[in-house]
Write a protein that binds this ligand. Structure first.
Ligand code: CA
Length: 123
């Protein structure tokens, strides 16, 4: 259940309140998604580091490393792909998020450019 908050404090839930709330909800969902994608990228980076350290440690024998060579190559490519996709998606999403912020500032009228100017006296 999503509750609608009276964002402009006029005591009524109007169309602008619903628009502002839906824009804020969209931002929250976007942030959640970005958080989980960032976590995935960090796990990918850390797994590459941990696996590399493990492969160079004496715990794993040379014969095992040789046997897993092809699989490990694919592993590194896949993990680097996750990190690269994260970078690309982050850059792409940062372009789209400005439209939501513009929508919020339009509905809440907090954009300083949109503050109505006092009428100029005619000379
Ligand atoms: Ca309202």
């Amino acid at each position: 259940m999503v509750s609608v908050i009276d964002t402009d404090n006029d005591g009524k839930i109007g169309k602008r309140d619903v628009e502002t709330n839906s824009a804020l909800l969209e931002l929250e969902l976007r942030e959640e998604k970005a958080d989980s994608q960032r976590r995935m990228a960090w796990v990918a980076i850390m797994s590459m580091i941990v696996f590399t350290v493990l492969l160079f440690s004496p715990i794993i024998s040379d014969s095992r490393v040789a046997a897993l060579a092809d699989l490990l190559g694919l592993f590194y490519i896949a993990q680097a792909g996750v990190v690269g996709a994260y970078m690309g998606v982050t850059a792409w999403m940062s372009k789209g998020s400005s439209s939501v912020i513009t929508r919020i500032s339009e509905t809440t009228n907090t954009n300083p450019k949109r503050v109505p100017q006092p009428a100029q006296p005619e000379l």
